[in-house]
Design a protein around this ligand. Structure first.
Ligand code: ADE
Ligand code: ZN
Length: 360
């Protein structure tokens, strides 16, 4: 059961022919809530920055690097992802990376984006926190002036490192507190349960920061429960393994706890064998506040609209009603103001209403 739009609007959605879907998926306004900005670094930009900064790469060409993007699980991806990020040194590098993402997002009609960034990936190599955050924050401001995109930053802790390292990272980021809206938890999930980060999330909460965490991507449903109960998160990133626990699915649905689902990522990292096996239809049917996102688009075969198109192509159960619901959920689940959400939701309804044939 998808939580129903108003009865009137439901009939509008149900009149939209399936033939209008590709155009709606591409052109309707949407929010992206799960994008690691380091995962938007395309091989061409990796090579350009490596040359500019004199950083040696393990691959001789863009083509050879791209050919290495065949992953068997999350860790096999993370190894190459951290190597790619090693070319980022100057504030302008972070700015250039984010501006390249915003150009793609604007083409996909993303009107609001909440970007994850991994400061430890950079500060552990000697890059100053100022270069990371100032470059990304300047890009967020430019996203508004150049593309009309409302963008904000979420600082993620690397869960394969210690909680002390996460606490030190939060402390080092506090001079830039005005530039990020929340904290997240990413990197290798298995063996690093959310409760390992109880103190740093409590500190973030006391500071008034939003909280999200990757859970239930490769890890078990119990990790989703401890992210909720111990870390007090407001969204679960991925969360697809919740389907293994009917009680957890019921809890997530009743609380409208958002899941930021990343379909192309899940197939590339072998969470599902094919897109046709993806559980997104079941999540929507259960009434969950699921959203579609790109995760690491440069590595997984596409940006936000590529994710929508690939998912709807492979899963015929998904139609106009589900497309509207996923985009509506993306605004509902965002950390934007109620006023901004209402404006985007109105524009979304208009885009879908215009695709419904007029009644005789
Ligand atoms: N860091 C970048 N992408 C990630 C993912 N899909 N899961 C966990 N950590 C990540
Ligand atoms: Zn992710």
């Amino acid at each position: 059961m998808i939580p129903p739009p108003t009865a009137d609007f439901k009939t509008v959605l149900d009149r939209i022919p399936r033939s209008r879907l590709p155009e709606l998926l591409r052109n309707a306004p949407k929010a992206e809530l799960h994008i690691h900005i380091e995962g938007s670094l395309e091989p061409e930009l990796i090579f350009a920055l490596a040359q500019r900064n004199g950083v040696p790469l393990a691959y001789p060409s863009v083509e050879a690097l791209r050919a290495a993007y065949a992953f068997s699980d999350l860790q096999s991806f993370l190894d190459i992802y951290y190597a790619g990020a090693s070319v980022l040194l100057q504030e302008d590098d972070f700015h250039a990376m984010a501006m390249a993402y915003f150009a793609r997002a604007a083409a996909d009609h993303v009107v609001h984006a909440e970007l994850f960034f991994d400061p430890q990936t950079h500060t552990d190599r000697g890059v100053p926190m100022a270069h990371v955050i100032n470059g990304l924050a300047r890009a967020c401001a430019d996203a508004r002036s150049q593309h009309g995109i409302d963008a904000s930053l979420i600082l993620c802790f690397l869960r394969h490192l210690s909680e002390d390292a996460a606490l030190a990272t939060l402390q080092a980021a506090l001079p830039y507190r005005q530039h990020f809206i929340g904290v997240g938890l990413d990197s290798s999930e298995r063996g690093h349960p959310p409760e390992k980060f109880a103190q740093v999330f409590a500190r973030a909460r006391a500071l008034g920061l939003h909280r999200v965490a990757h859970a239930g991507e490769e890890g078990p449903p119990a990790y989703i429960e401890s992210a909720l109960d111990v870390l007090k998160v407001e969204r679960i990133d991925h969360g697809v393994r919740c389907v293994e626990s009917p009680a957890l699915v019921a809890r997530l649905a009743a609380s409208r706890m958002p899941l930021t689902v990343c379909p192309l990522s899940n197939v590339k990292l072998c969470v599902y064998p094919t897109m046709a096996d993806h559980q997104l239809p079941a999540l929507l049917d259960a009434g969950l506040c699921a959203t579609v996102n790109s995760d690491d688009p440069a590595y997984f075969g596409g940006y936000l609209n590529d994710n929508f198109i690939a998912t709807f192509d492979a899963l015929p159960q998904l139609g106009p009603r589900q497309a509207w619901q996923l985009m509506h959920n993306s605004f509902e689940a965002s950390f934007a103001s109620a006023e901004a959400k209402a404006g985007w939701m109105t524009a979304l309804d208009r885009a879908f209403a215009e695709a419904a044939p007029a009644l005789p």
